[in-house]
Design a protein around this ligand. Structure first.
Ligand code: SF4
Length: 213
């Protein structure tokens, strides 16, 4: 069985091989303020960043503040965000989140995990995305790609995102947390995707316990 020390050394190698292969952009979502990033991140669930950017281009002209989202009828908001999918749930999350921002934080997006996850519709993944990209706060973002790759690479035995987040934090120095999540997301999209793990094209083939599956 692999010791913690061996696993940490393996993760370091994985990081150093994959890091130069992928863009350093923190997010492909287009935003001007932490608030816009928060809304975009909520919209990005089960939707491509490209599609979110198309929708938010006009959305952020119409809705400039949490109060704007709050005063709009929910049916109008649903129609405005419909192309991002799951629009009813997302409209509900945006409304709840904006209400929390207005009531608890004077309309400003807070810069801590503890405060962000108090907002309705905001989980640890969304909070980590916003904290990392808008405030440079270290964090591990566990989305569907990170979850899958952490398991395939043998870095966790957990299924719950919050547990996976803690497992990955223990294997890397804080300053690499955010970049490692980004790397896994890019690698998950490009090579090791849900339908097919393209072992032959994988730069970390020799470091992966799933390379024969
Ligand atoms: S070797 Fe295969 S399973 Fe492992 S990370 Fe690469 S593509 Fe994914």
């Amino acid at each position: 069985m692999e010791s913690k020390k061996q696993k940490t050394a393996r993760v370091k190698e994985i990081f150093e091989i994959l890091d130069p292969l992928y863009t350093r952009e923190k997010t492909a979502l287009k935003y001007k303020t932490p608030f816009q990033l928060l809304i975009s991140t909520i919209l990005s669930a089960q939707c491509t960043d490209k599609q979110v950017n198309t929708v938010t281009k006009t959305l952020f002209q119409k809705y400039r503040s949490p109060a704007d989202f709050l005063s709009a009828p929910i049916s109008a908001l649903e129609m405005d965000i419909r192309p991002t999918g799951f629009f009813r749930n997302k409209a509900k999350s945006i409304k709840g989140c904006c209400q929390g921002l207005v009531e608890e934080f004077g309309g400003e997006v807070p810069a801590t995990m503890a405060e962000l996850i108090k907002l309705p519709g905001v989980g640890r993944k969304t909070a980590n995305c916003v904290l990392g990209a808008a405030f440079d706060v270290p964090g591990v973002v566990v989305d569907t790609h990170v979850k899958r790759l952490a398991v395939r690479l043998g870095l966790t035995e957990n299924k719950r995102p919050d547990k996976i987040e803690m497992d990955l934090q223990k294997l890397l120095p804080e300053e690499r947390w955010r970049r490692f999540s980004d790397i896994l997301i890019y690698h998950g999209r490009a090579v090791c995707n849900a339908r097919k793990a393209d072992h032959g094209a994988c730069a970390v083939f020799s470091l992966c316990p799933s390379n024969a599956i």
